[in-house]
Design a protein around this ligand. Structure first.
Ligand code: KIV
Ligand code: ZN
Length: 515
């Protein structure tokens, strides 16, 4: 199921064994602070229930003091018998804690900034004032029976002496845990290890870590903190969160499992929870996002597909089933015969080996702009190649096609065809749209009596870059009332319609030759 680097174990052999880590999920608080994400009451409850089902330990579901809806959500979750401890954020002010108390939940995460930068320019408070606010709010929350986590906002740019001082005082005031936020994502893993190591030597209560991803180190810094003794880790599903996001829940959970043997959440529910968060927030994870991105287990290039088909661990650190995801063998520009054959085998399609080159060439032509070909599209291409087989020798070939179209203009087309070996003809016509104009021009060039009896266009998948399939039925190609069907698949509707019409015309000529 897993094949991580053996050097991980080697490097960790000197480090004390990490026993258990609590996952503190803040998808519904820091995650919701992403510009553009605005969750309704029901949205928040749906996500909260899914995160609880996933198995997070602490669920920071909002900021009680920020509004009525937040309070309602927290109140409802507090009464929902969740396994997770429901928690609310609160500034280090009594009124924020009062809002949390009103919800009836059992935990508050209270914070105040401790860096010189924040104290001077944002809070306009001295370190002494900050310290007394922190102690006062922790004592107040404890006196009201709340579990308290205290955060030093911007801890990673705060003076170490001051951090030790304020954290010792909040510990003495009864805080149950302290949190070290890398608020602007500015620390490096080695420094995070150092900082947590220093605080671990000073404090006796659990240390938590909250890392932002401004420089792409949120997960690495969280793991470094855990290595150094932090036992609570703040995360957001899909790595959402202020600016560049927070440490991604799925990346932390998988790393802890794969490299430290620590089971946190139910890994097999990661895929479904990630998708729910994507759908509800409208914030889709990047394709290359580890664990949950659509490319995390997708393979296109011939070499990789061949390797994965023999043993998936050749190009995957673990099997997608571990995290409730699916592998995708993508058919595209980089595909080789192995990938296509593998896909056809899965789809149960028997395709003539002698036509594989043609299939490969068609796939590459269609995929040249980066388009990925899905199963339905591959089947349509296969079908078309197999169908075309008996109309290989063309009587009429299309040499040139020009189409003019636009809004509030009459569409026009010019075509040049060659009939037989040398009968070159050029014709132009107009139509109600570009397809109609092109087909009219073809009819004019070949035989005006040709009629279009049926025209069917379908997009193989529902996207705007989908391959389309056109089927036409024409009559009277040779003035004898016979019907002839033509099919084509392609990316461009006009071109594909013309290809289908030409195929029908050639089929009709082939009928006469074969008779
Ligand atoms: O990033 C941060 O510092 C925070 C605090 C509120 C803990 O989100
Ligand atoms: Zn944050």
């Amino acid at each position: 199921m897993l094949a991580v680097s053996p050097y991980n174990q080697l490097a960790l052999s000197g480090v004390g064994r990490i026993k258990d880590i609590d996952i503190f999920d803040t998808t519904l608080r820091d995650g919701e602070q992403v510009p553009g994400i605005a969750l309704s009451r029901d949205d928040k409850i749906r996500i909260a229930l899914a995160l609880d089902d996933l198995g997070v330990d602490i669920l920071e579901a909002g900021f009680a003091a920020s509004g009525k809806m937040e309070k309602e959500v927290l109140t409802k979750l507090g009464k929902s018998n969740l396994d997770a401890q429901v928690c609310s954020l609160a500034r280090a002010v009594k009124s924020d804690v009062d809002a949390v108390i009103d919800t009836g939940i059992g935990m508050v995460h209270t914070f105040i900034a401790t860096s010189d930068l924040h104290m001077e320019y944002k809070l306009k408070m001295s370190p002494e004032q900050v310290k007394s606010k922190a102690v006062e709010v922790v004592e107040y929350a404890k006196a009201h029976g709340l579990k308290v986590q205290f955060s030093c906002e911007d801890a990673t740019r705060s003076d170490l002496g001051f951090l030790k001082e304020i954290l010792t005082e909040v510990q003495d005031a009864g805080a149950d845990s302290v949190n070290i936020p890398d608020t602007v994502g500015v620390i490096i893993p080695r420094a995070m290890s150092y900082l947590i190591g220093e605080l671990k030597n000073t404090l006796s209560i659990p240390i938590s870590v909250h890392c932002h991803n401004d420089m792409g180190l949120a997960v690495a810094n969280s793991i470094a903190a855990i290595d150094a003794g932090a036992t609570i880790c703040h995360v957001c599903m899909n790595g959402i969160g202020e600016r560049c996001g927070n440490a991604a829940l799925e990346e932390i959970a998988v790393n802890l499992f794969a490299n430290y043997g620590i089971q946190t959440v139910d890994l097999s529910k990661i895929g479904q929870t990630s998708k729910l968060v994507e759908r509800v927030t409208g914030f889709t994870a990047a394709g290359n996002k580890p664990i949950v991105g659509k490319n995390a287990f997708a393979h296109e290039s011939g070499i990789h597909v061949h390797g994965v088909m023999n043993n998936s661990l050749t190009y995957e650190p673990f099997k997608p089933e571990l995290v409730g995801a699916d592998r995708a063998i993508v058919i595209g520009k980089h595909s080789g015969a192995h990938s296509i054959q593998g896909r056809l085998d899965v789809l149960g399609v028997r395709f003539p080996a002698e036509q594989m080159d043609e299939l490969l060439e068609t796939v590459k032509k269609i995929a040249i702009g980066g388009k990925m070909i899905d199963d339905a599209e591959l089947l349509a291409i296969v079908d078309n190649i197999m169908w075309k087989n008996d109309t290989k020798t063309k009587m009429v070939s299309l040499d040139e096609l020009t189409v003019l179209t636009g809004k509030n203009t009459t569409s026009a087309a010019v075509v040049t065809v060659t009939i037989g070996n040398s009968d070159k003809r050029t014709a132009a016509d107009v139509g109600v749209g570009p397809v109609d104009a092109a087909i009219n021009a073809i009819r004019k060039a070949i035989n005006d009596n040709i009629t279009m009896e049926e025209y069917k266009l379908s997009a193989i998948t529902g996207k705007s870059d989908s391959i389309c399939e056109v089927t036409v039925m024409v009559m009277n190609v040779q003035n004898d009332g016979a019907l002839s069907v033509g099919k084509a698949v392609g990316l461009d509707i006009v071109e594909t319609s013309v290809d289908a019409t030409m195929a029908a015309i050639n089929r009709d000529f082939a009928r006469q030759r074969n008779a």
